[in-house]
Ligand binder design. Structure first.
Ligand SMILES: [Zn+2]
Length: 236
């Protein structure tokens, strides 16, 4: 088997390896899903904090309401005890009871508003928690498949590298350098191509018969148009 045969096989391996490396590079890691999980966790913490604040504020108002109620009840007790018949004093107490009852009603209304707010926040909290659970499961399965694909690709690339090492020794050092240089120059990384139906497999320009004969006699010939090394398939 000639050098050209080896170089052509080398080129096929290199192309396959390029393809795998590209796949590896394009492999999307599930970081985006993890970011969504983190955002949800932040939102849950914020809602939780808000819910706690509302519970505290409600408790505070309930205590206030309770204390006002005790206050007006004690005045009412005095009012109906019959201990005094001083009209001015009695009327003063009545006014005070009315004021306190009004104040208490207002507080009760505020409590209802706070409780409604708390209910809506608890609902959002439950929704976010459910969403987080789903996202976490999604992230886990995405990571698993990402890791599996990555490991497989890396294994395949390593195998190709191993095969390549075995193909290199019979190739002349200068020719190998030429191949490597051309490979870097070409966008598709293809440095050696077959001649098929008298045209170059790289640029599809026709190759003169004389050149084909030279390739068939195992000379290193490059395409006049694209400079790729030409290879003739008949070789076994
Ligand atoms: Zn060409």
């Amino acid at each position: 088997m000639s050098q050209l045969w080896h170089m052509y096989r080398l080129s096929l391996l290199d192309q396959e390896s390029d393809k795998k490396n590209e796949e590896l590079r394009k492999l999307k890691d599930p970081a985006e899903i993890e970011k969504e999980c983190k955002d949800l966790e932040k939102e849950i913490a914020r809602l939780d904090e808000e819910s706690k604040k509302l519970v505290l504020a409600t408790k505070k108002l309930e205590l206030e309401s309770e204390s006002i109620k005790t206050h007006w009840k004690s005045i009412e007790k005095k009012l109906y005890s019959g201990k005094t018949s001083n009209t001015k004093e009695l009327s003063g107490w009545q006014t005070e009871v009315a004021t306190l009852k009004k104040k208490q009603n207002k507080i009760e209304e505020e409590i209802i508003v706070l409780m409604e707010q708390a209910e809506s926040i608890d609902e959002s909290l439950k929704n976010s928690q459910k969403q987080l659970e789903l996202k976490k499961a999604e992230a886990e399965s995405a990571w698993k498949s990402y890791k599996e694909t990555k490991v497989n690709l890396e294994k395949e690339i390593a195998e190709l590298k191993d095969k390549r090492t075995k193909l290199v020794p019979p190739i002349d050092q200068a020719d190998l350098k030429k191949y490597e240089m051309l490979r870097k120059l070409k966008d598709d990384g293809v440095a050696i191509v077959k001649i098929e139906e008298n045209v170059c497999g790289g640029c599809y320009m026709s190759v003169p018969d004389m050149m084909i004969k030279k390739v068939q006699t195992l000379h290193l010939v490059t395409c006049n148009n694209c400079s790729r090394i030409l290879y003739w398939e008949d070789e076994k």
